[in-house]
Design a protein around this ligand. Structure first.
Ligand code: ADP
Ligand code: MG
Length: 430
C-alpha cells in the first residue's frame, strides 16, 4: 500500500503545480534517442492539465555539475513533450529567477511550462535550502513524480518540500507500489535474475534477494567476479577484484541458505568469450564445468583444454546457451521474476542480424520471461541499462513493470527509505 498523498487526493484546479519529473533522457546531437521516461510521465501530466492546473515542470538532465551547457539543455524535451501532449510547452531558460517567475505568472489553467535543467544550479544537488524555497515559491503545490531521483536528497526532492504542500504523482505511486509489493509479498516461487557490471552497486540487493527468493541467477560481468571467487581463471574478463571477498561471502550465504530451505543460486556454467568487445570479434563458447558437447564432438579424440578454459587474451562477454537454458527453465517454475542487469554486453550491434554477438544470453532469458516457452510469470524489470535494452527491443509493454529508476529501484528493493518519498505528505490516517 502506498501511504503518501497523491494528486488524486487533492484539488489542483486553478492552482500553480510544480511537477518534478525525471526527464533525464539520452540526447545525441540534440535528438532524444529514447523517450521512455517522458511517456511514463504522461498520465500524471495529462491528469494535472485535465484537472485545470497551471503546470510547471522541472527536471535534471545528465551531470552538468552546476554549470550551464547547451548539450544538457532540456529544450529538446520541451519540444518532444509538446508533440506528445498536442499542445504548446513554454520553456524558461533558468529554473529559478525572474524569467521563470514571469513565465509562471503568464500561465493559464491547463497550460504547461518546462523549466531548464535543475542541475545547471549547483544548489540543486547540494539540497540547498534557499534554492528549494525559490522553487517552492513558483507554485501552490509540489508534485514528486521523478522516481529515478527520489533516492537522492536534492533541492527538488527534499528542500522544496519544506516550503509547499507536497504530494506524489501517479508514476511515483505505481513504481513504489509495484516494487514494494514484489519485495514484501511476492507470489512465489520467486526468481531473481541479476546481471550487469558491478557487484558493489548490487551487493545489498543480492543479499536481500538470497533471503527472499527461491532462485537467484547471476549473469553479466557480475558473474565473472563470482566465477573468479570460485577459482576459475577469467583471463581478461571484467572482474571487480576488490569485491572478491564480498563475492565469497555471498556464495557462502547462498550455500548456507540452500541447506536451510529449497534454494538455488545459479552461476553460469558456460560463457561466450572473445578477445575484444567488437561486432567483428570472433566468438566461441567456453564450457567451464561440463564439456559434454565438446566430448562428443571430439570423440574418439581428446577434447582440447581450450574447450573449458579461457585463453589469456579472452574475456567473458555473455552467458552461454546452457546457462541461458537453465535460467529459462527456472523462469518456467516461477510466478514472479525480478530482473536487473543484462546477461552480457548487449550494446554491441551484430553484423548479421538483430541480436548482437554478446546479447544471445539476454535474449533467451527475455524470451522465457515473456512466455515464449509456455509459462509467463509476472516480471519486474529495473536498471538503467537493462531498461534501455528492453526499450531498444520494443518490448516494454510485454513486461509486468519496467521501472524508470535505476538506483532508486535498487534502493527500494533493498528496503531503504527513499528521501524524496519520505518528504511527501502522508495520506489521511497514515
Ligand atoms: P543496469 O544499468 O541495468 O543496472 P549495469 O549498469 O550494472 O546494469 O550493467 C550494464 C552493463 O554491463 C552494460 O553496459 C553491459 O554491456 C555490461 N556487461 C554485461 N555483461 C558484461 C560482461 N560480461 N563484460 C563486460 N560488460 C558487461
Ligand atoms: Mg547501468
Amino acid at each position: 500500500m502506498f501511504t503518501k498523498k497523491t494528486i488524486t487526493d487533492i484539488d489542483v484546479a486553478g492552482k500553480r503545480v510544480l511537477l518534478r519529473a525525471d526527464y533525464n533522457v539520452p540526447i545525441i546531437d540534440g535528438k532524444i534517442t529514447d523517450d521512455y521516461r517522458i511517456t511514463q510521465s504522461l498520465p500524471t501530466v495529462t491528469y494535472l492539465l485535465e484537472h485545470g492546473a497551471k503546470l510547471i515542470i522541472c527536471s535534471h538532465l545528465g551531470r552538468p555539475d552546476g554549470k550551464i551547457n547547451s548539450k544538457e539543455s532540456l529544450a529538446p524535451v520541451a519540444e518532444r513533450l509538446a508533440e506528445k501532449l498536442g499542445q504548446p510547452v513554454a520553456f524558461a531558460e533558468n529554473c529559478v529567477g525572474d524569467d521563470a517567475k514571469w513565465k509562471v505568472g503568464e500561465l493559464q489553467d491547463g497550460q504547461v511550462l518546462l523549466l531548464e535543467n535543475l542541475r545547471f544550479n549547483p544548489e540543486e544537488e547540494a539540497n540547498d535550502d534557499n534554492f528549494g524555497k525559490q522553487l517552492a515559491a513558483l507554485a501552490d503545490i509540489f508534485v514528486q513524480d521523478g522516481f529515478g531521483v527520489v533516492h537522492r536528497a536534492h533541492a527538488s526532492t527534499d528542500a522544496v518540500t519544506r516550503y509547499v504542500p507536497s504530494v506524489a504523482g501517479l508514476l511515483l505511486e505505481r513504481e513504489v507500489d509495484t516494487i514494494t509489493n514484489v519485495m514484501q509479498a511476492p507470489k512465489k516461487p520467486l526468481l531473481a535474475i541479476v546481471g550487469g557490471a558491478k557487484i558493489s552497486d548490487k551487493i545489498e540487493i543480492l543479499t536481500k534477494l538470497i533471503d527472499l527468493a527461491d532462485f537467484v541467477a547471476i549473469g553479466g560481468a557480475m558473474a565473472n567476479t563470482f566465477l573468479a571467487a570460485e577459482g576459475i581463471d577469467t583471463a581478461k574478463s571484467l572482474v571487480e577484484k576488490d569485491a572478491l571477498p564480498l563475492a565469497k561471502k555471498i556464495l557462502a550465504k547462498a550455500k548456507q541458505t540452500a541447506k536451510e530451505r529449497p534454494f538455488v543460486l545459479y552461476l553460469p556454467q558456460d560463457v561466450v568469450v572473445a578477445s575484444s568487445i567488437d561486432k567483428t570479434a570472433k566468438t566461441r563458447i567456453v564450457d567451464l564445468y561440463d564439456h559434454v558437447a565438446a566430448d562428443i564432438q571430439a570423440y574418439p579424440g581428446k577434447v582440447s583444454p581450450e574447450v573449458s578454459h579461457l585463453k589469456d587474451d579472452e574475456m567473458i562477454l555473455d552467458i552461454g546457451p546452457s546457462s541461458a537454458a537453465f535460467i529459462a527453465g527456472a523462469v518456467q517454475l516461477s510466478h514472479t521474476v525480478i530482473w536487473n542487469g543484462t546477461m552480457g554486453v548487449t550494446e554491441v550491434p551484430s553484423l548479421q542480424g538483430p541480436v548482437g554477438p554478446f546479447a544471445h544470453g539476454t535474449e533467451r532469458v527475455v524470451e522465457a520471461m515473456l512466455g515464449e516457452y509456455g509459462h509467463k510469470p509476472f516480471t519486474v524489470v529495473g536498471g538503467g541499462d537493462t531498461v534501455g535494452y528492453v526499450e531498444s527491443q520494443g518490448l516494454v509493454s510485454l513486461f509486468g513493470h519496467v521501472s524508470t529508476g535505476g538506483g532508486a529501484s535498487l534502493e527500494l528493493m533493498s528496503g531503504k527509505t527513499l528521501p524524496g518519498v519520505a518528504a511527501l505528505q502522508d495520506k489521511e490516517g497514515n
